[in-house]
Design a protein around this ligand. Structure first.
Ligand SMILES: [Zn+2]
Length: 258
């Protein structure tokens, strides 16, 4: 009987050790996506992260890590450094931070170019003005970002520009199947009409009177939504003062007060 009990204890011990080993292995696999100095980089460059309390900072880190496990980031004539990984993932998480279960199921890979490119994806030569794009056709499920512009978007906090946030706002918009500046996947149906009208009114005002909003936003509602999302996350106080109605609709869309 004593021998039997002893064997049972030994067996239970082995089972516990095996379970622990498995747990450690899976923890390690999750942690592997983040570089060692991730807190330092986020704290130094990501204003949105800096303003979170400790609990929400941990949540942000986990979401950044999950993004990096889900989406491959590939350099095209560019070396992908740790800071690039963290800034791209931050640009992805900031717009959807209030949606805890959000996953970018429409994105598999981000291609990182060194600088601007043209419509044929040329990285050298004339007329290179594109700093980011969400892929369509053969580029479906891919996004192109440029290293220089992604970094500038986070380093310079005195403007309302952030290329990464711009492109991820496009992806959020696209997620409902229509690319129209109305992110119905996150915007309650009752506000859709009001949002469309507000976009049209503002675009018209921009074209006729000019604006402090980046004029690229007056191109069409798709670009307006991405541009105004940059403004909202980069300069929320300014947006609230200059365009209270836009600010208030964006708090409804992104379910966050900034
Ligand atoms: Zn755009």
């Amino acid at each position: 009987m004593v021998i039997l009990l002893k064997s049972l204890f030994v067996l239970a011990g082995i089972v516990i050790l095996i379970l622990l080993a498995f747990r450690m292995k899976s923890d390690k696999a999750v942690m592997a996506a983040l570089p060692d100095n991730y807190k330092e980089i986020l704290e130094s460059y990501v204003q949105f992260y800096r303003q979170l309390d400790e609990m929400r900072k941990r949540e942000f880190e986990k979401r950044v890590e999950q993004f990096l496990l889900d989406v491959k980031i590939t350099g095209v004539n560019a070396v992908v450094e740790e800071i690039d990984l963290l800034l791209i993932a931050s640009g992805a998480i900031i717009p959807v931070f209030s949606f805890p279960d959000w996953r970018y199921i429409n994105l598999h890979e981000v291609l990182l170019y060194p600088g601007t490119f043209n419509r044929d994806y040329d990285q050298v030569g004339e007329s290179r003005s594109i700093s980011g794009m969400v892929g369509t056709g053969p580029m479906q499920h891919k996004m192109i970002l440029t290293k220089w512009q992604v970094r500038q978007g986070f380093i310079n906090n005195n403007d309302a520009n952030n290329t990464a946030i711009h492109e991820f706002a496009h992806l959020v918009d696209k997620m409902d199947g229509t690319f129209d500046g109305v992110p119905e996947i996150i915007l309650e149906r009752k506000y859709v009409k009001e949002w469309r009208q507000l976009m049209e009114k503002t675009i018209h005002h921009m074209k006729t009177h000019g604006s402090d909003i980046n004029m690229y936003g007056a191109t069409n509602p798709v670009e307006f939504f991405a541009v105004i999302s940059e403004y909202f996350f980069e300069q929320p106080a300014l947006l609230k003062t200059h365009h209270p109605d836009l600010y208030s609709m964006l708090t409804r869309i992104y379910k966050i007060e900034l």
